[in-house]
Design a protein around this ligand. Sequence first.
Ligand SMILES: NC(=O)c1ccc[n+]([C@@H]2O[C@H](COP(=O)([O-])OP(=O)(O)OC[C@H]3O[C@@H](n4cnc5c(N)ncnc54)[C@H](OP(=O)(O)O)[C@@H]3O)[C@@H](O)[C@H]2O)c1
Length: 250
Amino acid sequence: MRIAVIGASGRIGREVIDVLKNQGHEVVAITRSGGVDVYTGDGLAQALAGVDAVVDAVNASTTDTDAVTDYFRTIAHTVQRDAAAAGVRRIAVVSIIGTDRFTAGHYAGKVAHELAYREGPVPVRVLRAAQFHEFTEMMLEWTTRDDVAYVPRTRTQLVAARTVAERLAELIVADTAPDLIEVAGPEELNLAAAAAKVAARRGNPARVEEILDTTDPNHEQQADGALLPGPAAIIAGPTFDEWLDQRYPA
Ligand SMILES: NC(=O)c1ccc[n+]([C@@H]2O[C@H](COP(=O)([O-])OP(=O)(O)OC[C@H]3O[C@@H](n4cnc5c(N)ncnc54)[C@H](OP(=O)(O)O)[C@@H]3O)[C@@H](O)[C@H]2O)c1
């Protein structure tokens, strides 16, 4: 198949491209740095010429609720419009487990992303993933001040980005598939404890502290397990500790 991957240079995008190419598929890589902007639509119609299927693994740089909602909604409408015109057969979208239990920030944007895609003519399959193992590294980067990382209290069932990419490749290639699946790792984890393990391997930051950020409208749901998978979720390794050993060998 000829498959366009939006967000081709991202954590999930580059992994899914690797999986698809290994399976012999032809990939069209879409990024702004590569000259295609799926928000403005610049270059998109040309990029989708002759494409059979689209994987949307795009991300947003803002977490402001209104801005991120507009961003993801507009992207979904734009991709649907140009995909339909190009005769694309289906679209697979990466989303987040539990996102519809939230009403603010990035999660609200992802709800708009999913809903706007469902309004379009091209059939859509949504893969809702748990936070990636790699998300612990992002958390340390975002939250470290003066050698302490302040990680919000979060119950999560971390999963490897590679594992999500493998399931995403299956979802877009299959002739028939569910229109919504969840993919999570093998065990429930505390995000701060997992991030502390990464910090210990790296030797930086010196300390990880778990916080309950009451200014974040999402803090209660994150702490209460809203991001945990349902009983029908696909559960797949590696475990966080196995991933840690691969990523930071002794
Ligand atoms: N990280 C997690 O733990 C996690 C868990 C579950 C679900 N997800 C979801 O997975 C998706 C991807 O996340 P990620 O962490 O893999 O993303 P990422 O690493 O931040 O990469 C984002 C990608 O999107 C591209 N991009 C951004 N805006 C674009 C635009 N307007 N037009 C074309 N390309 C654009 C970027 O390239 P350019 O900057 O060059 O355009 C980049 O390739 C997100 O929607 C997120 O909600 C993430």
